[in-house]
Design a protein around this ligand. Structure first.
Ligand code: F6P
Length: 547
């Protein structure tokens, strides 16, 4: 059973004691003393290679972390997820994004019903629909084929498909432009509407609940814009929906034939594998989408069956637990050295922080140890010229996940060796640092005066000892991206299990939504509710500016 208070368990205490020793280690020395460190702390799965050797870990640390995983029943809870048990206990739902990428012949039961045939039926629907769009058989109200897709959604109904479409730029079907609108800020929709023509545009209204304020407002505004050009009957040619809420979709005026359903056991941030992935299918074609699913499935199989000690998501998750709970790191920076993964850190922010940004355990007890760290980052090498200064010499230790492909999609060979060199150099520099003696030797060689050298040394010294992971892939393709995303989904799962958190609800976003409704009424009507003086003052200023 998962212990009621993780921090009181014997293994947690052992890890704490062990961390006191680790505080005195030097990463450089760990490498010097163990020539087998790299092979022992690297592994391959799903076409990805993980090097976690540049972390403050020894074999003993790993054994203790694996003991912690056992103590928390990781294997049992993992199996329950794959088997369709209702592990999302606050919403009484199964958690089955893994079923969305399972092969046709698999059987996964929810309430005694095999969900695989329904999943495959929707995939077939997506294939047929995308073929009609790509071939030009699907026509807009003036008889022209569709040239622009506008996905209207937010959170999981936006971030995943948007990131994947961007990441798969090299696989795009050129004739089709795919746009994303998420923000309730009207500038977002306005910008896209200014670029597209109603007769050749297809709107996808993507919302699991079909009640999300931002999405519904954007959807209604898009519909009004469309109706300035087409008729109510033409809506069927230009609006489709992806949702679990059939009734609300039909009320909006979208025909049930144009609804791509999914199910309550697909969490928003885990939904790109479902019909929510339709923009991806339209952007890269159905076959590439199935490769994307297959890549994720390969990682699922590895996560489900590989022993914990050689299980990539488990080791990535446990390394994060070690950094967070025993070495005190409060944030993690993600640095894809891949321009096409520019939105990957943003995707991970929702995945990890909405899943594990919790302060209450599954049993209702408070969490008395750190849960999800802040996830942030940007593509390399851009980040190097912005915040890497803080990673190297700041007062916080921030572990970094470097992600890079060995081969690019372009032919600018020199660019790629520069990119790889920078990626590898950053992890080396973070680990090794630069000692005062090295700085002195360099400055002496440059001819600087001894007095100036002494004032410069503290500024130019790098402490080093800053941990990182490096994830390599041969080339960023649909299947490697699928595997990478599944790797992080399962890492998030592993950490949620250790923290005894329900990673699949998100009650924390509700309060702001409710308060926004009250304030919107105040802004639009002549009414005032009771607030603190700051909120009331801000509302008054906004009202005054509208007069
Ligand atoms: O931000 C809360 C949230 O519920 C996310 O989890 C979800 O992905 C997003 O809103 C959008 O929800 P929906 O798909 O129902 O519009």
């Amino acid at each position: 059973m998962n212990p009621t208070n993780l921090a009181n368990t014997a293994v947690f205490q052992k890890l704490r004691k062990h961390a006191e020793k680790a505080g005195k280690w030097s990463l450089k020395e760990l490498f010097r003393n163990d020539p087998g460190r790299f092979p022992a702390m690297t592994l391959t799965a799903g076409g990805l290679f993980l090097d976690f050797s540049k972390n403050f870990l020894t074999k003993e640390t790993l054994l203790l972390l694996l003991e912690l995983a056992k103590e928390c029943d990781l294997e049992k809870i993992r199996d329950r997820m794959f088997e369709g048990d209702k592990i999302n206990t606050t919403e009484h739902r199964a958690v089955l994004h893994t079923a969305l990428r399972a092969p046709r012949y698999e059987k996964v039961l929810v309430d005694g019903k095999n969900v695989i045939p329904d999943i495959q039926a929707v995939l077939d629907q997506m294939r047929r629909f995308s073929e009609k769009i790509h071939s030009g058989e699907w026509k807009g109200f003036t008889g022209k084929p569709i040239t622009d897709i506008v996905n209207i959604g937010i959170g999981g109904s936006d971030v995943g498909p948007r990131m994947v479409c961007q990441a798969m730029r090299s696989f795009h079907i050129k004739e089709l432009n795919v746009h994303f609108v998420a923000n309730v800020d009207g500038h977002d929709l306005d910008m896209v509407l200014n670029r597209v023509r109603p007769e050749t545009t297809l709107f996808i209204i993507a919302s699991k609940t079909f009640t999300t304020l931002e999405t519904m407002l954007n959807a209604h505004s898009a519909r009004s814009w469309f109706l300035n050009h087409g008729t109510i009957r033409d809506i069927q040619k230009h609006f489709i929906a992806i949702s679990t809420n059939r009734e609300a979709v039909e009320k909006f005026g979208i025909h049930h034939d144009n609804l791509f359903p999914f199910w309550d056991w697909v969490g928003g941030r885990y939904s790109v594998w479902s019909a929510i992935g339709l923009p991806v299918v339209l952007a890269i074609g159905y076959n590439h989408f199935t490769e994307f699913l297959a890549g994720a499935h390969a990682m699922d199989v590895h996560f489900r069956y590989a022993p914990l000690a050689s299980n990539m998501p488990v080791l990535l998750g446990l390394t994060g637990i070690w950094n967070r709970n025993f070495l005190g790191c409060t944030s993690v920076s993600v640095a894809p050295y891949l321009q096409d993964l520019v939105s990957f850190p943003r995707y991970l922010q929702q995945l990890e922080m909405e899943s594990n940004g919790k302060q209450v355990q599954k049993n209702g007890e408070p969490v008395t140890y750190g849960s999800c760290p802040v996830i942030w980052g940007n593509v390399g090498t851009n980040g190097q010229h912005a915040y890497f200064q803080l990673l190297h010499q700041g007062t916080e230790i921030i572990p970094v996940d470097f992600i890079v492909a060995l081969s690019p999609h372009h032919t600018l060979a020199k660019h790629h060796s520069a990119l790889l060199a920078n990626c590898f150099a950053q992890s080396e520099a973070l680990m090794k640092g630069k000692t005062a003696d090295q700085v002195r030797a360099d400055l002496e060689a440059s001819g600087m005066s001894p007095q100036e050298i002494e004032t410069q040394i503290p500024q130019r010294t790098f402490p080093g000892n800053r941990p990182s992971n490096t994830i390599l892939m041969n080339v960023l393709r649909p299947e490697t991206l699928g595997a990478l995303m599944a790797l992080y989904e399962h890492k998030t799962f592993v950490q949620g299990v250790i923290w005894n958190i329900n990673s699949f609800d998100q009650w924390g976003v509700e309060l702001g939504k409710v308060l926004a409704q009250t304030i919107q009424k105040e802004l639009e009507n002549n009414i005032s509710e009771e607030h603190d003086s700051s909120t009331s003052g801000l509302i008054a200023l906004a009202k005054a500016s509208r007069k």
